[in-house]
Design a protein around this ligand. Sequence first.
Ligand SMILES: [Zn+2]
Ligand SMILES: [Zn+2]
Length: 376
Amino acid sequence: VARSLTGMADVPAVMQAAVLGQPGQITVQEKRTPEIASDEVLVKVACASLCGTDQKILSQKFFPGGKPPSPAYTPGHEYAGTVVRLGSSVKEFRVGDRVVTEAHRGCMRCPNCLNGHYTECLNFGDTDVGHRGLGMTVDGGFAQYVANPVSTLTLLPDDVPFDDAVTLTTAGTVLHAYGTLEQPLAGSSVAVLGLGPIGLLAVQVARALGAGRILAAGRRDVRLKLASRYGADEVINLAAAGAATDLTAAAERLAGPHGFDSVLECAGSESTTQAALSLAKRGGEVVLVGFYDGPVTVDLNRAVMNAVQIHSVRGEGSGSVRRAVALAETGKLSGREMITHRVPLADITEAFRILTDRSQGAVKVMIDVAGEVPAE
Ligand SMILES: [Zn+2]
Ligand SMILES: [Zn+2]
C-alpha cells in the first residue's frame, strides 16, 4: 500500500465490486467506494473466498423474504486485506495493517451480545441498532474495498499470507464449535462427518488442540487425502460401497465399543446427522455445524435414551478468529492446501460455477481481488 504524507493511502472514489442481480446472477460493476463510520476502517481487499453460504446468497434463498438487503448488493464474508483508512475513533489499527475479517458484529446492546454471544445477536440484520453481517446483511468482500467495524478485524502476523488468512474465518467457526463442548477436547476421541472446508479445518483444529483419536468421513478423494494430511487417524469414504460397515468398524477401532466423546456434523445432511447420533458414546456430545437444505428425519431417541448432548453454532463467535490466527502464526493451522482454484474478481460467475460443478474437484475457490496473491 502506498502511503501519502498524511499516513492515508490514496483511495479511488469508485471501485470494482460484484453485485447480485436476478437470483443466480452476479456481475462485476463500478460502485462508489464505501464511506466509513467512526468505529470502522476501510479495508482494501487482497483476496476473498467462496463458501457454501455464498451459493445460498447467490440464489437469494439465504435472505429472509428472498430479497437482498439492499440494491446493488455485494456479498463476500471471508476476506483479508490491508487497512487503508481509519474512522475517527479507531485506535486498534493503523493504515497499512494486514487484517482478516469475520462476518459478525453484534449490536452490542441485546441480552445475547451483552453475554458475549454476538453471533447470536437478537438484532441480527438490524443495521439501525448496530448489527452487521458483512457479506450477509451489509456489503461484503467481493469488492476492492469494504467498510469493516473494528471488532470484525484481526491483525495478521507478517508470516501468515493472505490466502491462508482467508481460511481462518472458517477456522473460527470450528474453534467456536469446539467451544460448545462440555468435556475437554484434549485426549478425547473425535469424529468429523462431512469434509468441506469446515470439516477439514475441524480435523486440523482437533489435532492442534490435542484430541486423541480422530475419525474423518467424507465423500470425495481429494478431501479424504487432505483430512489424512491434517491429522485424521482414519478416513472413510461415505460414497463407497459398504461405507456404513466401514464407518462402524473404524469407529470401534478408534473409539472403542462405546463410541466417540464428540462428533462434529459438518455436512448438513440427514444421513450424517443420523451417523453423528449413532457414533457418539452414551453421554457424548454432537455439534451441528453444517447448514441443512431443508428438514431432516433422524432418530432423536438415540440422543434422548443415551443422554447425548446436541449443540449447534452459527458463525465464528467468541473471538475465535483471533485464536485461529494465533494457531496459524505458530504453524498449527494452515488452510492454503484447501485452495484448489484462484479466479480474478472479474470472473466471479466462473468462480461460482467451479464451486457448484462437483466434477471440478473444488475445495476452496479463492477470488484474487487485488491480483497480488502469487500462484503456487
Ligand atoms: Zn461462510
Ligand atoms: Zn445483539
